[in-house]
Design a binder for this molecule. Structure first.
Ligand code: GDP
Ligand code: MG
Length: 695
């Protein structure tokens, strides 16, 4: 089961490799990433773990592409092999002088082989050839001795003598460019390392030479940038054999220098001389073990030192980590797969439909989506903000309603104006109904003011409809045929503009009809007598008469009620002016050239002015209510519902029979390209999904 987990991740790694390795892949797989400065011993550690020489050696930056090294314990499927026995075997097989295993390093071994992802099916039994292939494959992308490339080489090694493990070897941190290396090589390498180790699923294997100061270790510094608490970093101390006499790494191991959750493991690799003398790894591991067992500082904890312990520990850390992260990975793969499947679906099928069916189906889609947004059925639209029909409703009931409500007739009408109009409209017959005329003149002026906000509403709604258009055609599927999308968009706007002309006329007519006839019989309008009574009441608030004996108010009819009742008889505003101008008429004076109602208003005039104001206000609020109600209805009829009903027909008329239909349905290059990418992603992720679902 355990080994199966690692091999699942290995398979995923292979499956996802075409996505460009660790850094670009949308799926972050658990892996152990090796970092350290140049010559700290990274390659040596990896070779010791594998037990074979297979990595390129030399001066300068030898590792110039990430090497994803998947170690597979090959016997795991046959028997119940456990971690401990494999670890022991690692020591035994590499260290023992057993004749059966005592083969020279380069000798072929039928039990152990390597395989590259870029050369599927080709088994490398000769590890020298593996080295050559790594060099060749590195140079292929980078050119010899020059740059680096972030595209990984995937190598899998099968052996019964290794623990299943996945490690990524990265270029060492370097300071000075050599040869024809680019001058910013240090930054390039650092960026590449950071891309790998900053992923939360990456375990950082920080390799540090024990004979240098740990506090100055570049690898550890870099690790701490992305893992400041040291929660997913494990330290390896190499070159313990090269430390000065009398010094040791005990303080570091005890966590007293730079503590790491997984701690540090000291190892000893072959030195330069050992390699020149072709010392085998087997001998090296044997010497490593005896070094730790016999060293006074380490003898008591020798089994926590050395390469076999390191391999075992890495294996268990990786397993633990995989077990923890697999459910997330599974979910991530499914979600990413779904995302690409959706995009692929939206890009539309590859098979080229006939141009006319493309036009037909895009117009149909567009019309349906437009109707859907208006009706509030567009589910994929944001829940964060109002859209479509809801926005229009907001414009109607909030924006427009408030605009109309804010119209106040009395910010334009002054009392003196009312008085002048009253005089004027009384004309030569200053008797009955003159108040009615003044009222009508003033109210009509005010009704005209409703036109401006109503026309403004039309243009607001136009903007909203255009906004919906943009929302619809910004979807990926419309990007496929840019010319057609453009044509639909233009025709839609054209159509709306035509409809706007008719809508505006209609709106102007509605306001005009309000203005043309003032319905003084409107049931909600204040009666003249009521208005009169209210004004009287306001001007002469009734003090209830007090009974001189009791000191309490006397019950009875208010005195002014009789007056109101009497005036009701003489018509709508009946008789306000009946005694008006009597004196002037009697004197027969000629009036001045500019005649204005001036001077102190008489009480009667004040009363009449106030009554007219009350009636204007009453009637105007009826008009406002009507306008707020009917203008949106008019817009629905002339613009919104009309566009919903007619747009498909109009688009078909304009575009379907079009001679340029071939031009209209030319597919976007980007769409073609993107479809290819999505197809590839879907294929890869489907495969990945199959792999994880087998766990
Ligand atoms: P890398 O650049 O980090 O991959 O380092 P290498 O593995 O190539 O090692 C650099 C040099 O240090 C080589 O000459 C190794 O032989 C030597 N070396 C690595 N580890 C040890 C060690 O533990 N002891 C000794 N004596 N030499 C080592
Ligand atoms: Mg190296």
């Amino acid at each position: 089961m355990d080994e199966h987990l690692i091999s699942t991740i290995n398979k995923l790694q292979d499956a996802l490799a075409p996505l460009g390795g660790g850094s670009q892949s949308p799926i972050d797989l658990p892996q152990i990433t090796v970092v350290g400065s140049q010559s700290s011993g990274k390659s040596s550690v990896l070779e010791n773990i594998v037990g074979r020489d297979f990595l390129p050696r030399g001066t300068g930056i030898v590792t110039r592409r990430p090497l994803v090294l998947q170690l597979v314990n090959r016997r795991v499927k046959k028997d119940s092999h456990n971690v401990d026995s494999a670890a022991n075997e690692l020591i035994d097989l590499h260290v023992s002088d057993d004749k059966a295993n005592n083969k020279s390093q380069s000798e072929d071994n039928a039990e152990e082989w390597g395989e590259f992802l870029h050369l599927p099916g080709k088994k490398f039994y000769n590890f020298d050839e593996i080295r050559q292939e790594i060099v060749r494959e590195t140079d292929k992308l980078t050119g010899p001795n020059s740059g680096i490339s972030p595209i990984p080489i995937n190598l899998r090694i099968y052996s019964p003598h290794i623990l299943t493990l996945t490690l990524v070897d990265l270029p060492g941190l370097t300071k000075v460019p050599v040869g024809d290396q680019p001058p910013d090589i240090e930054k390039q390498i650092k960026d590449m390392l950071l891309k790998y180790i900053s992923k939360p699923n990456s375990i950082i294997l920080s390799v540090n030479a024990a004979n240098t100061d740990l506090a100055n270790s570049d690898g550890l510094k870099l690790a701490r940038e992305v893992d400041p608490e040291g929660m997913r970093t494990i330290g390896v101390l190499t070159k313990v054999d090269l430390m000065d006499q009398g010094t040791d790494v005990i303080d570091i191991l005890a966590g007293r220098v730079i503590p790491l959750r997984y701690g540090y493991i000291p190892v000893i690799n072959r030195g330069q001389k050992d390699i020149e003398r072709k010392k085998t790894i087997r001998d090296a591991l044997k010497d490593e073990r005896s070094f730790f067992e016999n060293h006074p500082s380490y003898s008591s904890k020798a089994h926590y030192c050395g390469t076999p312990y390191l391999a075992k520990k890495l294996n268990s850390i990786l397993l633990h980590h995989i077990r923890q992260t697999l459910p997330d990975i599974k979910a991530k793969i499914e979600a990413t797969l779904k995302k690409y499947q959706n995009e692929l679906f939206n890009l539309g099928p590859e098979s080229m439909d006939s141009p006319s069916s493309v036009v037909l189906s895009m117009i149909t889609d567009f019309s349906n989506e437009y109707a859907g947004i208006l009706d509030g059925e567009a589910k994929e639209l944001s829940s964060q903000e109002l859209s479509g029909g809801a926005r229009i409703s907001f414009v109607f009931h909030e924006v427009f309603k408030n605009g109309i409500d804010a119209l106040d007739p009395f910010d334009q009408i002054k009392d003196s104006d009312i008085r002048t109009i009253m005089y004027n409209s009384s004309g030569s017959a200053p008797s009955l109904f003159v108040g009615t005329e003044a009222f009508e003149v003033l109210v009509k002026q005010q009704i005209r003011r409703c036109e401006e906000p109503s026309l403004r509403l039309v243009s607001l709604v136009f903007d909203e409809l255009v906004r919906m258009l943009k929302q619809i055609i910004s979807q990926t599927k419309y990007a496929r045929y840019p010319a057609l999308r453009e044509a639909i968009s233009n025709q839609f706007i054209e159509f709306l503009k035509e409809a706007i002309v008719a809508t505006n006329e209609f709106v102007v007519d509605i306001i005009s009809s309000e203005q043309t006839y003032i319905n003084t019989a409107h049931p909600d309008l204040l009666k003249g007598s009521q208005a009169m009574a209210m004004v009287e009441e306001r001007l002469h608030p009734r003090q209830p008469a007090l009974d001189p004996k009791t000191g309490k108010p006397i019950q009875g009819q208010p005195p002014s009620a009789k007056t109101a009742a009497a005036e009701e008889k003489s018509g709508f505003f009946g008789g306000f002016f009946s005694t008006k101008n009597k004196k002037k008429l009697a004197a027969l004076e000629s009036p001045p050239p500019v005649l204005k109602a001036t001077g102190q208003m008489t009480e009667r005039e004040t009363l009449e002015t106030e009554v007219i104001k009350l009636l204007i206000s009453s009637y105007f609020s009826i008009v406002k209510r009507t306008v707020a109600d009917i203008i949106p209805k008019a817009l629905m009829l002339k613009l919104i519902v009309k566009s919903k009903k007619d747009i498909q027909k109009v688009l078909l008329e304009k575009l379907y029979g079009n001679q340029d239909i071939n031009e209209l349905t030319k597919e976007n290059e980007i769409t073609i390209q993107r479809r290819k990418e999505c197809k590839k992603m879907v294929e890869i992720l489907r495969h990945a999904s199959d792999i994880v679902s087998s766990v």
